[in-house]
Design a protein. Structure first.
Length: 88
């Protein structure tokens, strides 16, 4: 896992959850962190902007689709995949 991608995503999620960065762990779920659907959408937009990527995300049904939001680590992995796709 690229540390810079992970640390940037953790910082974004911490900001959305109004938590300290050290409180956001890779195995944390968004539910564990108290992020609701609006916070999730805002996090997705912030991640897209930070990495200049387009995330395939359905705000009406976040569990449907290819983008895995089950944990912070899964979000990092999915973003890394999108970054790699964009570079190729």
């Amino acid at each position: 896992m690229s540390d810079s991608v992970q640390s940037k995503i953790i910082a974004i999620i911490a900001e959305q959850a109004v938590l300290e960065v050290e409180d956001v762990k890779p195995d944390s779920t968004l539910e564990d962190l108290g992020i609701d659907s609006l916070g999730l959408v805002e996090s997705i937009f912030a991640i897209e902007e930070a990495f200049d990527i387009q995330i395939p995300f359905n705000a009406n049904d976040p569990t449907e689709g290819e983008f895995d939001i089950t944990s912070v680590a899964s979000i990092v992995t999915a973003v890394q995949g999108l970054i790699a796709e964009q570079k190729s």
